[in-house]
Ligand binder design. Structure first.
Ligand code: NAG
Ligand code: NAG
Ligand code: NAG
Ligand code: NAG
Ligand code: NAG
Ligand code: NAG
Length: 474
Protein backbone atom coordinates (compact mmCIF):
# COMPACT_ATOMS: atom_id res chain seq x y z
CA UNK A 1 0.00 0.00 0.00
CA UNK A 2 1.37 3.41 -0.88
CA UNK A 3 1.71 5.60 2.14
CA UNK A 4 -0.85 8.34 2.41
CA UNK A 5 0.62 11.23 0.50
CA UNK A 6 1.26 14.43 2.26
CA UNK A 7 -0.90 16.32 -0.19
CA UNK A 8 -4.21 16.27 1.61
CA UNK A 9 -7.30 16.95 -0.45
CA UNK A 10 -8.86 19.76 1.52
CA UNK A 11 -9.46 21.36 -1.82
CA UNK A 12 -12.19 22.02 -2.86
CA UNK A 13 -13.87 22.24 0.53
CA UNK A 14 -17.07 20.35 1.39
CA UNK A 15 -17.54 19.26 -2.18
CA UNK A 16 -20.60 16.94 -1.90
CA UNK A 17 -22.60 19.38 0.21
CA UNK A 18 -21.90 22.20 -2.22
CA UNK A 19 -23.00 20.24 -5.23
CA UNK A 20 -26.20 19.10 -3.54
CA UNK A 21 -26.98 22.62 -2.50
CA UNK A 22 -26.37 24.08 -5.96
CA UNK A 23 -28.55 21.43 -7.60
CA UNK A 24 -31.39 22.12 -5.17
CA UNK A 25 -31.16 25.85 -5.74
CA UNK A 26 -31.15 25.41 -9.49
CA UNK A 27 -34.17 23.08 -9.36
CA UNK A 28 -36.17 25.59 -7.35
CA UNK A 29 -35.24 28.35 -9.73
CA UNK A 30 -36.17 26.27 -12.76
CA UNK A 31 -39.49 25.36 -11.21
CA UNK A 32 -40.33 29.00 -10.57
CA UNK A 33 -39.46 29.97 -14.12
CA UNK A 34 -41.40 27.17 -15.76
CA UNK A 35 -44.57 28.24 -13.97
CA UNK A 36 -44.11 31.70 -15.41
CA UNK A 37 -45.64 33.12 -12.29
CA UNK A 38 -44.10 35.16 -9.58
CA UNK A 39 -41.39 36.98 -11.47
CA UNK A 40 -40.51 38.62 -8.23
CA UNK A 41 -39.93 35.23 -6.65
CA UNK A 42 -37.64 34.19 -9.43
CA UNK A 43 -35.67 37.34 -8.97
CA UNK A 44 -35.26 36.62 -5.28
CA UNK A 45 -33.99 33.14 -6.04
CA UNK A 46 -31.74 34.47 -8.72
CA UNK A 47 -30.19 36.81 -6.24
CA UNK A 48 -29.91 34.09 -3.67
CA UNK A 49 -27.99 31.98 -6.16
CA UNK A 50 -25.69 34.82 -7.06
CA UNK A 51 -24.93 35.39 -3.39
CA UNK A 52 -24.34 31.70 -2.98
CA UNK A 53 -21.96 31.55 -5.96
CA UNK A 54 -20.07 34.47 -4.54
CA UNK A 55 -19.80 32.77 -1.17
CA UNK A 56 -18.47 29.62 -2.83
CA UNK A 57 -15.92 31.65 -4.78
CA UNK A 58 -14.69 33.32 -1.60
CA UNK A 59 -14.49 30.00 0.18
CA UNK A 60 -12.48 28.53 -2.71
CA UNK A 61 -10.19 31.51 -2.71
CA UNK A 62 -9.52 31.19 1.00
CA UNK A 63 -8.96 27.46 0.73
CA UNK A 64 -7.01 27.52 -2.53
CA UNK A 65 -3.90 25.50 -2.20
CA UNK A 66 -1.20 27.96 -1.44
CA UNK A 67 1.87 27.95 -3.68
CA UNK A 68 5.16 27.28 -1.91
CA UNK A 69 8.24 28.90 -3.40
CA UNK A 70 11.90 28.07 -3.09
CA UNK A 71 13.64 31.43 -3.08
CA UNK A 72 17.22 30.25 -3.17
CA UNK A 73 19.44 27.58 -1.68
CA UNK A 74 23.10 27.01 -0.85
CA UNK A 75 25.26 23.92 -0.68
CA UNK A 76 28.35 23.69 1.47
CA UNK A 77 31.64 23.65 -0.37
CA UNK A 78 34.58 22.65 1.79
CA UNK A 79 37.93 24.42 1.33
CA UNK A 80 40.64 22.47 -0.46
CA UNK A 81 42.41 21.71 2.79
CA UNK A 82 39.52 19.41 3.71
CA UNK A 83 40.14 17.11 0.76
CA UNK A 84 40.30 13.39 1.34
CA UNK A 85 42.02 11.75 -1.65
CA UNK A 86 41.71 8.00 -1.89
CA UNK A 87 45.43 7.58 -1.14
CA UNK A 88 44.89 9.56 2.03
CA UNK A 89 41.96 7.39 2.95
CA UNK A 90 44.11 4.31 2.44
CA UNK A 91 46.64 5.74 4.83
CA UNK A 92 43.94 6.29 7.41
CA UNK A 93 42.81 2.73 7.00
CA UNK A 94 46.27 1.12 7.11
CA UNK A 95 47.66 3.21 9.97
CA UNK A 96 44.66 2.72 12.22
CA UNK A 97 45.87 0.06 14.64
CA UNK A 98 42.32 -0.74 15.76
CA UNK A 99 41.43 -2.11 12.34
CA UNK A 100 42.57 -5.57 11.31
CA UNK A 101 44.64 -5.87 8.13
CA UNK A 102 41.70 -7.56 6.48
CA UNK A 103 39.31 -4.74 7.39
CA UNK A 104 41.77 -2.14 6.12
CA UNK A 105 42.15 -3.76 2.73
CA UNK A 106 38.39 -4.19 2.52
CA UNK A 107 37.90 -0.47 3.14
CA UNK A 108 40.47 0.49 0.51
CA UNK A 109 38.98 -1.89 -2.03
CA UNK A 110 35.51 -0.42 -1.52
CA UNK A 111 36.91 3.08 -1.82
CA UNK A 112 38.65 2.33 -5.09
CA UNK A 113 35.40 1.14 -6.61
CA UNK A 114 33.30 3.93 -5.19
CA UNK A 115 33.25 6.31 -8.12
CA UNK A 116 34.62 9.08 -5.91
CA UNK A 117 37.23 11.54 -7.15
CA UNK A 118 40.19 12.65 -5.06
CA UNK A 119 38.36 15.84 -4.20
CA UNK A 120 35.66 14.74 -1.79
CA UNK A 121 35.97 16.27 1.67
CA UNK A 122 35.89 15.39 5.31
CA UNK A 123 36.08 17.76 8.24
CA UNK A 124 39.47 18.85 9.55
CA UNK A 125 39.21 17.25 13.00
CA UNK A 126 38.47 13.98 11.28
CA UNK A 127 41.70 14.21 9.32
CA UNK A 128 43.95 13.12 12.17
CA UNK A 129 45.44 9.62 12.19
CA UNK A 130 44.06 7.56 13.77
CA UNK A 131 40.58 8.98 13.36
CA UNK A 132 39.09 9.85 16.73
CA UNK A 133 35.44 9.77 17.60
CA UNK A 134 35.43 12.99 19.59
CA UNK A 135 32.33 14.95 20.44
CA UNK A 136 34.10 18.31 20.09
CA UNK A 137 35.10 17.35 16.57
CA UNK A 138 31.54 16.51 15.66
CA UNK A 139 30.32 19.83 17.04
CA UNK A 140 32.96 21.68 15.06
CA UNK A 141 32.03 19.86 11.86
CA UNK A 142 28.35 20.57 12.36
CA UNK A 143 28.86 24.25 13.09
CA UNK A 144 31.26 24.74 10.20
CA UNK A 145 28.76 23.38 7.70
CA UNK A 146 25.54 24.71 9.17
CA UNK A 147 26.70 28.24 9.96
CA UNK A 148 28.34 28.59 6.58
CA UNK A 149 25.29 27.52 4.54
CA UNK A 150 22.85 29.57 6.59
CA UNK A 151 25.01 32.71 6.50
CA UNK A 152 25.49 32.39 2.75
CA UNK A 153 21.80 31.85 2.16
CA UNK A 154 20.70 34.83 4.22
CA UNK A 155 23.20 36.99 2.37
CA UNK A 156 22.07 35.68 -1.00
CA UNK A 157 18.42 36.35 -0.31
CA UNK A 158 19.09 39.62 1.55
CA UNK A 159 16.98 38.38 4.46
CA UNK A 160 17.58 39.27 8.08
CA UNK A 161 17.60 36.36 10.55
CA UNK A 162 14.74 38.06 12.38
CA UNK A 163 12.50 37.62 9.34
CA UNK A 164 12.60 33.83 9.54
CA UNK A 165 9.32 32.45 10.89
CA UNK A 166 9.92 28.70 10.65
CA UNK A 167 13.15 26.75 11.09
CA UNK A 168 13.47 23.05 10.30
CA UNK A 169 16.76 21.18 10.56
CA UNK A 170 17.61 17.61 9.77
CA UNK A 171 20.63 15.52 10.64
CA UNK A 172 20.28 11.80 10.79
CA UNK A 173 23.15 10.59 12.97
CA UNK A 174 24.00 13.64 15.02
CA UNK A 175 21.61 14.89 17.68
CA UNK A 176 23.24 17.25 20.18
CA UNK A 177 21.59 18.86 23.18
CA UNK A 178 20.56 21.62 22.72
CA UNK A 179 19.57 20.84 19.18
CA UNK A 180 20.94 22.09 15.88
CA UNK A 181 17.98 24.47 15.59
CA UNK A 182 18.99 26.03 18.91
CA UNK A 183 22.54 26.32 17.60
CA UNK A 184 21.27 28.31 14.62
CA UNK A 185 18.89 30.50 16.63
CA UNK A 186 21.74 31.29 19.02
CA UNK A 187 24.30 32.10 16.36
CA UNK A 188 22.04 34.24 14.19
CA UNK A 189 19.97 35.69 17.01
CA UNK A 190 16.62 34.81 15.54
CA UNK A 191 13.26 35.84 16.97
CA UNK A 192 12.08 34.30 20.22
CA UNK A 193 8.88 33.05 18.59
CA UNK A 194 10.53 31.32 15.64
CA UNK A 195 8.87 27.93 15.13
CA UNK A 196 11.75 25.49 15.21
CA UNK A 197 11.77 21.75 14.59
CA UNK A 198 14.73 19.41 14.60
CA UNK A 199 14.41 16.11 12.82
CA UNK A 200 16.94 13.42 13.49
CA UNK A 201 17.47 9.77 12.79
CA UNK A 202 15.30 9.80 9.69
CA UNK A 203 18.00 8.85 7.20
CA UNK A 204 19.31 10.16 3.93
CA UNK A 205 15.91 10.74 2.38
CA UNK A 206 14.74 13.04 5.14
CA UNK A 207 15.86 16.26 3.50
CA UNK A 208 12.58 15.94 1.61
CA UNK A 209 10.69 15.19 4.82
CA UNK A 210 12.04 18.46 6.23
CA UNK A 211 10.80 20.30 3.14
CA UNK A 212 7.45 18.56 3.49
CA UNK A 213 7.12 19.67 7.10
CA UNK A 214 8.09 23.23 6.19
CA UNK A 215 5.54 23.17 3.37
CA UNK A 216 2.69 22.17 5.68
CA UNK A 217 3.70 24.78 8.25
CA UNK A 218 3.89 27.45 5.56
CA UNK A 219 0.38 26.59 4.41
CA UNK A 220 -0.96 26.90 7.95
CA UNK A 221 0.98 30.07 8.74
CA UNK A 222 0.43 32.04 5.59
CA UNK A 223 2.83 34.71 4.44
CA UNK A 224 5.78 33.15 6.21
CA UNK A 225 9.38 32.32 5.51
CA UNK A 226 10.87 28.94 6.34
CA UNK A 227 14.55 28.09 6.61
CA UNK A 228 15.33 24.40 6.07
CA UNK A 229 18.80 23.06 6.84
CA UNK A 230 19.89 19.51 6.17
CA UNK A 231 23.29 17.96 6.78
CA UNK A 232 25.06 14.89 8.08
CA UNK A 233 27.82 14.84 10.65
CA UNK A 234 30.27 12.04 10.02
CA UNK A 235 32.69 12.59 12.80
CA UNK A 236 31.39 10.17 15.41
CA UNK A 237 30.87 7.33 13.00
CA UNK A 238 34.26 5.82 12.32
CA UNK A 239 33.72 2.12 12.89
CA UNK A 240 36.75 0.04 13.86
CA UNK A 241 35.35 -3.48 14.15
CA UNK A 242 35.37 -6.31 11.65
CA UNK A 243 31.77 -6.55 10.47
CA UNK A 244 31.85 -5.79 6.76
CA UNK A 245 28.31 -4.46 6.50
CA UNK A 246 29.30 -1.88 9.09
CA UNK A 247 32.68 -1.07 7.57
CA UNK A 248 30.88 0.02 4.41
CA UNK A 249 29.56 3.13 6.10
CA UNK A 250 33.13 4.30 6.82
CA UNK A 251 33.80 4.72 3.14
CA UNK A 252 30.76 6.26 1.68
CA UNK A 253 29.90 9.45 3.42
CA UNK A 254 31.45 12.84 2.91
CA UNK A 255 30.99 16.26 4.35
CA UNK A 256 28.13 18.32 2.98
CA UNK A 257 25.06 20.33 3.84
CA UNK A 258 22.32 22.45 2.33
CA UNK A 259 20.17 25.36 3.44
CA UNK A 260 17.08 26.49 1.56
CA UNK A 261 14.62 29.29 1.99
CA UNK A 262 10.96 28.49 1.34
CA UNK A 263 8.17 31.01 1.26
CA UNK A 264 4.40 31.21 1.12
CA UNK A 265 4.37 34.95 0.47
CA UNK A 266 2.64 35.83 -2.79
CA UNK A 267 5.05 38.64 -3.53
CA UNK A 268 7.96 36.18 -3.60
CA UNK A 269 6.71 34.59 -6.79
CA UNK A 270 8.58 37.09 -8.94
CA UNK A 271 11.88 36.38 -7.28
CA UNK A 272 11.65 32.68 -6.50
CA UNK A 273 13.68 30.11 -8.35
CA UNK A 274 11.28 27.20 -8.02
CA UNK A 275 7.76 26.36 -7.04
CA UNK A 276 7.04 23.14 -5.17
CA UNK A 277 4.61 20.93 -7.09
CA UNK A 278 4.42 17.63 -5.25
CA UNK A 279 5.98 15.68 -2.44
CA UNK A 280 5.39 11.95 -2.25
CA UNK A 281 6.68 10.02 0.74
CA UNK A 282 6.97 6.26 0.97
CA UNK A 283 8.14 4.24 3.93
CA UNK A 284 8.65 0.50 3.80
CA UNK A 285 9.35 0.08 7.50
CA UNK A 286 6.36 -2.29 7.83
CA UNK A 287 8.54 -5.03 6.41
CA UNK A 288 11.30 -6.45 8.62
CA UNK A 289 13.68 -6.76 5.69
CA UNK A 290 13.37 -3.08 4.78
CA UNK A 291 13.48 -2.02 8.38
CA UNK A 292 16.78 -3.80 8.99
CA UNK A 293 18.34 -2.73 5.69
CA UNK A 294 20.29 0.24 7.07
CA UNK A 295 20.61 -0.35 10.77
CA UNK A 296 22.59 1.06 13.67
CA UNK A 297 23.72 -1.71 15.98
CA UNK A 298 26.62 -3.04 18.00
CA UNK A 299 28.76 -5.85 16.67
CA UNK A 300 30.04 -8.85 18.62
CA UNK A 301 32.75 -6.76 20.29
CA UNK A 302 30.16 -4.20 21.33
CA UNK A 303 31.40 -1.61 18.83
CA UNK A 304 28.73 0.66 17.43
CA UNK A 305 28.23 0.92 13.70
CA UNK A 306 25.69 1.30 10.95
CA UNK A 307 25.27 -1.82 8.88
CA UNK A 308 24.19 -1.61 5.27
CA UNK A 309 22.52 -4.73 3.93
CA UNK A 310 23.59 -6.50 0.75
CA UNK A 311 20.14 -6.44 -0.80
CA UNK A 312 19.77 -2.70 -0.45
CA UNK A 313 19.27 -2.42 -4.23
CA UNK A 314 16.22 -4.68 -4.24
CA UNK A 315 14.73 -2.96 -1.24
CA UNK A 316 15.33 0.46 -2.76
CA UNK A 317 13.72 -0.78 -5.98
CA UNK A 318 10.65 -1.88 -4.07
CA UNK A 319 10.31 1.44 -2.29
CA UNK A 320 10.77 3.24 -5.58
CA UNK A 321 7.94 1.27 -7.23
CA UNK A 322 5.53 2.20 -4.44
CA UNK A 323 6.58 5.81 -4.66
CA UNK A 324 6.13 5.90 -8.42
CA UNK A 325 2.66 4.37 -8.18
CA UNK A 326 1.56 7.46 -6.25
CA UNK A 327 3.64 10.01 -8.09
CA UNK A 328 2.89 8.75 -11.60
CA UNK A 329 -0.78 9.78 -11.81
CA UNK A 330 0.10 13.26 -10.56
CA UNK A 331 2.76 14.01 -13.13
CA UNK A 332 2.62 11.69 -16.14
CA UNK A 333 0.92 12.61 -19.41
CA UNK A 334 -2.27 10.65 -20.09
CA UNK A 335 -0.89 8.30 -22.75
CA UNK A 336 1.86 7.04 -20.44
CA UNK A 337 -0.70 6.50 -17.68
CA UNK A 338 -2.89 4.59 -20.11
CA UNK A 339 -0.11 2.17 -21.12
CA UNK A 340 0.71 1.64 -17.47
CA UNK A 341 -2.90 0.89 -16.63
CA UNK A 342 -3.27 -1.51 -19.54
CA UNK A 343 -0.13 -3.40 -18.51
CA UNK A 344 -1.45 -3.62 -14.95
CA UNK A 345 -4.75 -5.06 -16.17
CA UNK A 346 -2.98 -7.49 -18.50
CA UNK A 347 -0.98 -8.77 -15.61
CA UNK A 348 -4.05 -9.10 -13.42
CA UNK A 349 -5.84 -11.25 -16.01
CA UNK A 350 -2.60 -13.17 -16.75
CA UNK A 351 -2.33 -11.95 -20.32
CA UNK A 352 1.21 -11.41 -21.61
CA UNK A 353 2.54 -13.13 -18.55
CA UNK A 354 6.14 -12.95 -19.61
CA UNK A 355 6.17 -9.17 -19.80
CA UNK A 356 6.56 -7.17 -16.60
CA UNK A 357 4.54 -4.11 -15.78
CA UNK A 358 5.05 -1.29 -18.26
CA UNK A 359 7.36 1.25 -16.71
CA UNK A 360 6.09 4.65 -17.80
CA UNK A 361 8.64 6.99 -19.28
CA UNK A 362 9.24 9.73 -16.76
CA UNK A 363 11.24 11.61 -19.35
CA UNK A 364 7.88 12.79 -20.64
CA UNK A 365 7.11 14.36 -17.27
CA UNK A 366 10.44 15.89 -16.24
CA UNK A 367 13.32 17.75 -17.82
CA UNK A 368 15.79 17.12 -14.99
CA UNK A 369 16.45 14.28 -12.57
CA UNK A 370 18.26 14.51 -9.24
CA UNK A 371 18.78 10.99 -7.97
CA UNK A 372 20.22 10.49 -4.50
CA UNK A 373 23.93 9.67 -4.80
CA UNK A 374 23.53 6.31 -3.11
CA UNK A 375 26.53 4.90 -4.92
CA UNK A 376 27.33 3.93 -8.48
CA UNK A 377 25.21 0.83 -8.48
CA UNK A 378 22.13 2.71 -7.24
CA UNK A 379 22.43 5.33 -9.96
CA UNK A 380 22.99 2.69 -12.61
CA UNK A 381 19.98 0.67 -11.47
CA UNK A 382 17.82 3.80 -11.52
CA UNK A 383 18.94 4.54 -15.03
CA UNK A 384 17.78 1.19 -16.39
CA UNK A 385 14.66 1.04 -14.25
CA UNK A 386 13.40 4.49 -15.21
CA UNK A 387 14.67 4.34 -18.80
CA UNK A 388 16.81 7.44 -18.47
CA UNK A 389 19.71 8.46 -20.70
CA UNK A 390 23.24 9.49 -19.85
CA UNK A 391 22.47 13.17 -19.59
CA UNK A 392 19.63 12.53 -17.14
CA UNK A 393 21.93 10.84 -14.64
CA UNK A 394 24.92 13.07 -15.32
CA UNK A 395 24.24 15.36 -12.35
CA UNK A 396 23.98 12.41 -9.96
CA UNK A 397 27.14 10.75 -11.21
CA UNK A 398 29.16 13.94 -11.08
CA UNK A 399 27.89 14.90 -7.63
CA UNK A 400 28.93 11.47 -6.37
CA UNK A 401 32.31 11.86 -8.04
CA UNK A 402 33.04 15.34 -6.74
CA UNK A 403 31.29 15.43 -3.38
CA UNK A 404 30.71 11.78 -2.39
CA UNK A 405 27.62 10.49 -0.60
CA UNK A 406 26.56 13.67 1.17
CA UNK A 407 23.45 11.97 2.51
CA UNK A 408 20.30 14.09 2.58
CA UNK A 409 21.88 17.06 0.84
CA UNK A 410 23.11 15.20 -2.23
CA UNK A 411 20.02 16.02 -4.32
CA UNK A 412 20.76 19.72 -3.86
CA UNK A 413 24.32 19.38 -5.13
CA UNK A 414 22.78 17.82 -8.21
CA UNK A 415 20.31 20.65 -8.68
CA UNK A 416 23.24 23.09 -8.41
CA UNK A 417 25.01 21.11 -11.11
CA UNK A 418 22.11 21.50 -13.53
CA UNK A 419 22.00 25.23 -12.78
CA UNK A 420 25.74 25.65 -13.19
CA UNK A 421 25.55 23.93 -16.57
CA UNK A 422 23.02 26.56 -17.61
CA UNK A 423 20.38 23.95 -18.38
CA UNK A 424 17.67 25.23 -16.06
CA UNK A 425 14.98 27.10 -18.01
CA UNK A 426 11.74 28.68 -16.98
CA UNK A 427 9.00 26.02 -16.90
CA UNK A 428 11.36 23.05 -16.51
CA UNK A 429 10.22 20.32 -14.15
CA UNK A 430 12.62 18.65 -11.76
CA UNK A 431 12.31 15.35 -9.96
CA UNK A 432 14.35 14.79 -6.81
CA UNK A 433 14.39 11.21 -5.54
CA UNK A 434 16.02 10.29 -2.25
CA UNK A 435 16.51 6.94 -0.53
CA UNK A 436 17.42 6.29 3.05
CA UNK A 437 17.16 4.12 6.10
CA UNK A 438 13.69 3.09 7.19
CA UNK A 439 13.52 2.11 4.33
CA UNK A 440 12.20 5.25 2.70
CA UNK A 441 11.91 6.63 -0.78
CA UNK A 442 10.83 10.26 -1.05
CA UNK A 443 10.18 12.38 -4.13
CA UNK A 444 9.91 16.10 -4.57
CA UNK A 445 8.80 17.75 -7.79
CA UNK A 446 9.69 21.37 -8.52
CA UNK A 447 8.91 23.73 -11.35
CA UNK A 448 11.47 26.30 -12.37
CA UNK A 449 10.08 29.85 -12.47
CA UNK A 450 12.80 31.71 -14.34
CA UNK A 451 15.68 31.16 -16.73
CA UNK A 452 18.52 30.67 -14.28
CA UNK A 453 21.95 32.06 -14.91
CA UNK A 454 24.81 29.59 -14.98
CA UNK A 455 27.14 32.21 -13.55
CA UNK A 456 25.67 32.46 -10.10
CA UNK A 457 28.10 33.10 -7.31
CA UNK A 458 28.17 30.67 -4.43
CA UNK A 459 27.28 27.65 -6.50
CA UNK A 460 29.47 24.77 -5.25
CA UNK A 461 30.31 23.98 -8.88
CA UNK A 462 31.44 27.50 -9.66
CA UNK A 463 34.81 27.62 -11.46
CA UNK A 464 35.02 23.84 -11.77
CA UNK A 465 31.90 23.18 -13.82
CA UNK A 466 33.67 23.40 -17.18
CA UNK A 467 35.75 20.34 -16.40
CA UNK A 468 32.58 18.24 -16.02
CA UNK A 469 31.23 15.80 -17.02
CA UNK A 470 34.23 13.54 -16.63
CA UNK A 471 34.20 10.02 -17.94
CA UNK A 472 33.73 7.47 -15.15
CA UNK A 473 34.10 3.88 -16.31
CA UNK A 474 31.30 1.60 -15.10
C1 NAG B 1 20.22 33.32 -5.68
O1 NAG B 1 21.47 33.73 -5.18
C2 NAG B 1 22.42 34.09 -6.15
C3 NAG B 1 23.75 34.33 -5.50
O2 NAG B 1 23.74 35.45 -4.69
C4 NAG B 1 21.94 35.28 -6.94
O3 NAG B 1 22.89 35.61 -7.94
C5 NAG B 1 20.63 34.91 -7.58
O4 NAG B 1 20.09 36.02 -8.25
C6 NAG B 1 19.64 34.44 -6.53
N1 NAG B 1 18.50 33.94 -7.23
C7 NAG B 1 17.29 34.36 -6.98
C8 NAG B 1 16.24 33.78 -7.83
O5 NAG B 1 17.07 35.16 -6.10
C1 NAG C 1 27.16 -7.66 11.03
O1 NAG C 1 26.14 -6.89 11.66
C2 NAG C 1 24.84 -7.14 11.19
C3 NAG C 1 23.89 -6.18 11.86
O2 NAG C 1 24.04 -6.18 13.22
C4 NAG C 1 24.48 -8.60 11.48
O3 NAG C 1 23.18 -8.84 10.97
C5 NAG C 1 25.48 -9.48 10.80
O4 NAG C 1 25.21 -10.82 11.12
C6 NAG C 1 26.90 -9.14 11.24
N1 NAG C 1 27.85 -9.92 10.45
C7 NAG C 1 28.87 -10.53 10.98
C8 NAG C 1 29.75 -11.27 10.04
O5 NAG C 1 29.10 -10.49 12.17
C1 NAG D 1 9.42 -8.95 12.36
O1 NAG D 1 10.30 -9.01 13.47
C2 NAG D 1 9.65 -9.11 14.72
C3 NAG D 1 10.68 -9.04 15.83
O2 NAG D 1 11.96 -9.32 15.36
C4 NAG D 1 8.84 -10.39 14.77
O3 NAG D 1 8.15 -10.47 16.01
C5 NAG D 1 7.84 -10.38 13.63
O4 NAG D 1 7.13 -11.61 13.62
C6 NAG D 1 8.53 -10.20 12.31
N1 NAG D 1 7.55 -10.06 11.26
C7 NAG D 1 7.58 -10.76 10.15
C8 NAG D 1 6.48 -10.49 9.19
O5 NAG D 1 8.45 -11.55 9.91
C1 NAG E 1 24.66 6.51 0.61
O1 NAG E 1 23.80 6.86 1.65
C2 NAG E 1 22.59 6.18 1.71
C3 NAG E 1 21.78 6.70 2.83
O2 NAG E 1 22.25 6.27 4.06
C4 NAG E 1 22.82 4.71 1.85
O3 NAG E 1 21.57 4.05 1.85
C5 NAG E 1 23.64 4.26 0.69
O4 NAG E 1 23.91 2.89 0.85
C6 NAG E 1 24.94 5.04 0.64
N1 NAG E 1 25.72 4.70 -0.50
C7 NAG E 1 26.22 3.52 -0.78
C8 NAG E 1 27.09 3.40 -1.96
O5 NAG E 1 26.02 2.58 -0.07
C1 NAG F 1 13.91 31.75 -21.24
O1 NAG F 1 14.72 31.40 -22.35
C2 NAG F 1 13.99 30.99 -23.48
C3 NAG F 1 14.96 30.58 -24.57
O2 NAG F 1 16.17 30.16 -24.07
C4 NAG F 1 13.13 32.13 -23.96
O3 NAG F 1 12.34 31.71 -25.08
C5 NAG F 1 12.19 32.54 -22.84
O4 NAG F 1 11.44 33.67 -23.24
C6 NAG F 1 12.96 32.90 -21.60
N1 NAG F 1 12.02 33.08 -20.51
C7 NAG F 1 12.11 34.08 -19.66
C8 NAG F 1 11.06 34.13 -18.59
O5 NAG F 1 13.01 34.91 -19.70
C1 NAG G 1 12.26 14.79 16.84
C2 NAG G 1 13.68 14.88 17.19
O1 NAG G 1 14.53 14.36 16.53
N1 NAG G 1 13.98 15.59 18.25
C3 NAG G 1 15.32 15.81 18.69
C4 NAG G 1 15.56 17.30 18.81
O2 NAG G 1 16.82 17.54 19.36
C5 NAG G 1 17.05 16.94 20.62
C6 NAG G 1 18.42 17.37 21.03
O3 NAG G 1 19.29 17.38 19.95
C7 NAG G 1 16.93 15.44 20.51
O4 NAG G 1 17.13 14.84 21.76
C8 NAG G 1 15.56 15.11 19.98
O5 NAG G 1 15.46 13.72 19.79
Amino acid sequence: MPEKTSQRSTWPPFRPQLILFSVLAAKIYEHELSHGSANAHALVYYHAMLTFALAVAVLFWINRSMPIFLLNFTCYKAPDSYRMPISNFAEHAYLDKRLTAESSSFLVKIMENSGFSDETSISLPQGVIPIENKWAGAMEECQTVVFSVVANLLRKCRIKPKNIDILVTHSSMFSPVPSITAMIVNKFEMRSNVMSYNLSGMGCSAGIIAVDLAKDLLRVHRNSLALVVTTEVLHMNWYTGTNRSMLLANCLFRMGGTAMLLSSRDRDKRMAKYELQHIVRTTKAQSNKSYGCVFQDTDMENKKGVSISKNILNIAGDALKTNIATLGPKVLPLDEQFYYLVSLICRKVKLLRSRGIYMPSFRAAFEHFCIHTGGRSVIKAMKTELKLNDEDIEASKMALYRFGNTSSSSIWYELSYVEAKGRMKSGDRIWQIAFGSGFKCNSAVWKCLQNLSSLEEDNPWMKIIDSYPVDIPD
